[in-house]
Design a protein around this ligand. Structure first.
Ligand code: NIG
Length: 442
């Protein structure tokens, strides 16, 4: 057995711990004074955060590195992506920029290319995309199946992802057999839903924690979506929904009603949808295998703070997080999701990349955060919290998205003295280094 080593990081001009133990709902932007330290230091021990505080009070450690006056954030928690695909849809994108509207049909193009790809090629493509995400500061990633759409192809994607998860390369996996009715089922959507809820779910469920559905005109209507989600819940999976992307699809109402952990996109909301999501914010969370502490609200997402060690919350309790996808909104020229209104109404907000070949071919979370500040009128604190703690809650995780004591040591070191540079210098390569569980991954 190797002796545990500790690493002291000094020279941190601004340290965003976002420590859940210090949560104060009245704090501006949801970030309390003590959750951002100046002239700070941090100790990592055995892959976890062991100490944070003023540099002048830092304890001794086995090793030490001076970060030279840089800002440190928790690694991004990207709670929505579709990384298992082959093929290129640049021509579709170009046509869209020339005025064509986005329609779900392009999913079929990627599905054909993905079915044809060898296992080795798909694995290499996914690993390349994970490396790109890490290079931008992402340390926790959710990704979905959804470009296979046969029992064999969906199971293949799920197995590939489960292997990467077993190697610690990815965190959260989702079954999205209900992404589109594939061409061979044209005119037989109900039969395809039967397949998704039956044989396909049975083949994929052992490999994943979540089930998702694209609830939208041209994909699955609310009744079909409910069928898919209920079958997933029955199989023990947590629920996620693509909702209200192209119109008021009913996805938001369905997600809230069925207790989904997240509903994502949200480009077409009216005030009742906003209220519906806000009303879920007070639903208590509970540690996996335990019960919610008396009176616990979503701030019981306290990771180390509430003492449980799995780092996971149960998938079927807690708020339906409103997940906005700024890069997708830009890439489809959709109305921006009303992140400001959602926060003002009291909804829990997450920001994710939605990296996929059709609507958002980027995993650059820093760009998403900059867009949320510049275009969606969030404060920096609100946007940072949504891209870290928000994503973690959307994935029912307590061990990531913050740098409180006991959290996984996922650090995003910026080549800048303060995090506001992410919005002040949008698009610049501001990632200096990235640590995942204390190990440098970029
Ligand atoms: O989240 N909306 C559904 N799924 C993806 C788009 C997939 C595609 O067009 O390939 C999304 O935007």
């Amino acid at each position: 057995m190797t002796a545990p080593t500790s690493m002291l990081l000094t020279g941190i001009s601004e340290l965003w711990t976002l420590d859940p133990a210090l949560d104060d709902p009245a704090a501006p932007g949801g970030v309390a004074e003590g959750q951002v330290l100046r002239e700070a230091a941090l100790v990592i021990q055995d892959g976890k955060v062991a100490w944070t505080g003023p540099a002048a009070e830092a304890p001794a450690a086995d090793a030490r590195e001076d970060l030279g006056g840089r800002a440190v954030l928790p690694g991004w928690v990207d709670s929505h992506s579709h990384l298992v695909f082959d093929g290129d849809r640049a021509a579709e994108f170009e046509a869209r920029m020339a005025g064509q509207a986005y329609a779900a049909g392009g999913i079929g193009v990627t599905t054909s290319a993905t079915r044809e790809a060898s296992d080795e090629r798909l694995r290499a493509l996914v690993r390349g995309r994970l490396a790109e995400a890490a290079a931008g500061g992402t340390t926790t990633m959710e990704t979905k199946t959804g470009y296979g759409l046969t029992v064999a192809d969906e199971a293949r994607a799920a197995r590939l992802l489960a292997d990467l998860a077993a190697d610690g390369e990815i965190d959260e996996l989702t079954f999205l057999g209900a992404h589109l009715v594939p061409g061979e089922f044209e005119g037989r959507a109900e039969e395809y839903v039967d397949l998704v809820c039956g044989e396909m779910l049975e083949a994929v469920a052992p490999h994943v924690r979540w089930i998702d559905v694209f609830c939208e005109e041209g994909a699955f209507d609310p009744e079909q979506s409910a069928r898919v989600l209920r079958a997933g819940a029955e199989a023990g999976l947590g629920l996620r929904v693509h909702g209200n992307q192209l119109g008021r699809s009913g996805g938001v109402a369905l997600a809230a009603e069925l207790g989904a952990a997240s509903v994502d996109h949200l480009n077409h909301l009216d005030s009742s949808d906003v209220e519906t999501l806000a009303a879920t914010a007070s639903r208590p969370v509970a540690p996996e295998g335990g019960v919610a502490p008396e009176g616990a609200g979503p701030s019981a997402d306290g990771g180390a703070a509430d003492g449980h060690s799995s780092g996971r919350l149960t998938v079927d309790q807690g708020p339906t997080v409103a997940t906005v996808l700024p890069a997708c909104d830009l890439s489809t020229r959709a109305p921006l999701a009303p992140a400001r209104e959602l926060l003002d109404a009291g909804a829990v907000l997450a920001i994710a990349s939605n990296c996929n070949p059709g609507t958002s071919y980027t995993s650059a979370m820093g760009f998403c955060v900059a867009t949320a500040v510049l275009q969606m009128r969030l404060s920096l604190a609100e946007a940072l919290r949504a891209a870290t703690r928000g994503g973690a809650l959307a994935l029912r995780r307590t061990d990531v998205g913050h740098l409180g004591i006991g959290a996984r040591a996922d650090l995003h070191v910026l080549d800048a003295p303060a995090a506001i540079h992410l919005a002040y210098r949008p698009g610049m390569p501001l990632t200096h280094q990235v640590l995942r569980a204390g190990v440098r991954v970029h």
